[in-house]
Design a protein around this ligand. Structure first.
Ligand SMILES: NC(=O)c1ccc[n+]([C@@H]2O[C@H](COP(=O)([O-])OP(=O)(O)OC[C@H]3O[C@@H](n4cnc5c(N)ncnc54)[C@H](O)[C@@H]3O)[C@@H](O)[C@H]2O)c1
Length: 276
């Protein structure tokens, strides 16, 4: 199916790389026009140039309110409307034991991952409320669903995105605006490559790591998240609001099947013998 986002205009933060870049390509393929918003100016501009008239690159640091406001305004100025803001920019941020985490590193992590999402929601609402329509999507993580899957500040910020999504969804529902989140599992991107091997360009090493722990026998790729974003940005998800869509091949619902090999026949028989 194509044209699922025909006529729509989207801002995607973190749009220069990984999940954001994959989403921009998928959105454009589905008929949308996009603002590639990122602080990596060279790669962001290159992606916009490659796409052509349907894309505009705007340099932004999502922690700075004036810059986020300017991205939203640039979308309206260039394309005449704004239908979707995808708050996706992110970093791994502070790592290590809680007792060793510097306050500055904590604050910087929260600024990118949480303040950035808050600012994206705030300025999306500024433009969307008067029009009475729009969708806001934010990238949480499986680390926003359960503990132990990411560093402390990252985990806290990604959980907060789930809560902020519910809170803002309940406010904006009456204005025709839907607010949802996506919680990706392990996806092959520069971010995970950097964690796996210290080289953000080494996608093959991290692909192997992710594949080996994947319940479905393959690594997640940016398109897996981009397809979820297309659904959330499109009118197909019109009755979905305040939701966090987990896209992790089932990792947080139990991972791989266990090696439990008992036979059903015997187990039912055993239950019968116990009078259950
Ligand atoms: N890759 C995964 O396995 C995974 C899993 C769960 C969640 N996520 C989340 O997905 C999102 C995208 O990450 P990715 O994996 O595509 O990584 P990535 O490194 O490929 O892309 C992240 C992008 O965000 C941009 N960015 C970072 N800080 C910024 C800032 N202050 N202002 C503007 N842009 C900024 C970077 O320049 C980069 O282009 C992040 O929020 C991340 O936490 C990723």
């Amino acid at each position: 199916m194509t044209g699922r986002l025909a006529g729509k205009v989207a801002v995607v933060t973190g749009g220069a790389s990984g999940i954001g870049a994959g989403t921009i390509r998928r959105f454009v393929a589905e008929g949308a026009r996009c603002v590639v918003a990122d602080f990596q100016a060279d790669v962001g501009q290159a992606l916009a140039d490659e796409i052509g008239d349907d894309a505009l690159f705007v340099e932004v640091d999502v922690t700075v309110e004036d810059q986020v406001a300017a991205v939203v305004d640039a979308a309206v100025e260039r394309f005449g409307r704004l239908d979707c803001v995808f708050n996706n920019a992110g970093v791994v941020g502070a790592v290590g034991p809680i007792a060793d985490t510097p306050v500055e590193a904590w604050d910087q992590t929260m600024a990118v991952l949480l303040r950035g999402v808050f600012l994206g929601m705030k300025h999306a609402a500024r433009v969307m409320v008067p029009r009475g329509s729009g969708t806001i999507i934010s990238t949480s993580s499986t680390a926003g669903i359960t503990g132990g899957l990411g560093p402390h500040a990252y985990t806290a910020a990604k959980h907060a995105i789930v809560g902020l999504t519910k809170s803002v969804a309940s406010e904006l529902a009456g204005h025709g605006i839907r607010v949802n989140a996506i919680a990706p599992g392990n996806i092959v991107t520069a971010m995970t490559a950097d964690v796996a091997s210290g080289d953000p360009d080494d996608l093959e090493t991290v692909r192997g790591h992710i594949e080996r722990s994947s319940p479905v026998g393959r690594a997640g790729v940016p398109d897996d998240i981009a397809y979820a974003a297309v659904y959330l940005a499109s009118d197909e998800s019109g009755y979905l609001n305040g939701h966090t869509l987990v896209v992790d091949a089932g990792q947080t619902t139990g991972g791989r099947p266990s090696n439990f090999v008992a036979s059903t026949e015997r187990m039912i028989g055993a239950a019968g013998r116990r009078g259950v």
